[in-house]
Design a protein around this ligand. Sequence first.
Ligand SMILES: O=C(O)C1CCN(c2ccc(-c3cc(CO)ccc3Cl)cn2)CC1
Length: 324
Amino acid sequence: MGIKITTTGHYLPALKVSNDDLTQYMDTSHEWINKRTGISSRHIATNENTSDLASEAAKRILAKSGISAEELDFIIVATMTPDALSPSTACIVQEKIGASKAFCFDISAACSGFVYALSNASHLMKSGNYDKGLVIGAETMSKVINWQDRSTAVLFGDGAGGVLLERTDSPEDSFLAEDLHADGSRHLALVADHKNVQNPFTEVKETQSYYLEMDGRGIFDFAIRNVPETINRIIANSTLSKDDVAWVVAHQANKRLLEAISKKSNIPFEKFGLNIADTGNTSAASIPILLDQMIESNQIQAGENILLTGFGGGLTWGSLLIKL
Ligand SMILES: O=C(O)C1CCN(c2ccc(-c3cc(CO)ccc3Cl)cn2)CC1
């Protein structure tokens, strides 16, 4: 009885904001943004929160799969921009889609969140206790960005994507290998919505910055070093060779970075899925959005070996080798 990724889906908010649109709000240019990042536009939520984006992606996955929400055993949402500290965004999604049987929780691993969540879901399924589960990556990065800070405001976008896991009668399994890591010693490299303890018993502290703060150079250099390592390690720990990997579906943080990772990992750039031009960096949502777009456009074919790799705040990074 194999655990298969049977269905994918994604959702992007209707509003598309181009680089030129941003020049109305900050001192930047399409040329600077596009040359340095590969981004041309991004989708920005105006009247939807993370749970709304996640629910729309979930509804699209269920509609494609033909299974009903009531059949779901669990819902996991990977996000660094939850609607609230409590309840989890996954619980709000449960209510919005009517998955009354599902247990629900969020995973916080920034841009590695979807890979962390999908790994955890595969082990839940391998326990034998569950037959159907949704894993969603969803972000409203636009609510944690400082729109006065052009160094970060131009990089991020909003969106959601996900997959349905099902136990099938075939012995074939979608999960071939995994490789997950974190380096908490560098947790300050990317911080969003940090909250100090403040109560009648604490001395008054200066007001905290709510906005996303990022050591861009530091994260960029970390990714160039650590992502090729996880790609090489996961392939070495599998029965596959690099030639057996049909596609690399990597976190869409920066096009120049992906070109550098392609060179260092000796995997042709043609094998790297790429949609950052139209989405920007959607953190935990980037991998499932791209995965669904590549399947829907028939770039990815059934039976191919796909390498998913995420990296970002925490610092966290990790890869999964899957067969669809
Ligand atoms: O001046 C330039 O060229 C700038 C230099 C800084 N840049 C960066 C820096 C870091 C990231 C990034 C972010 C995350 C969080 O999801 C994860 C992984 C990465 Cl590598 C993306 N862009 C943009 C171009």
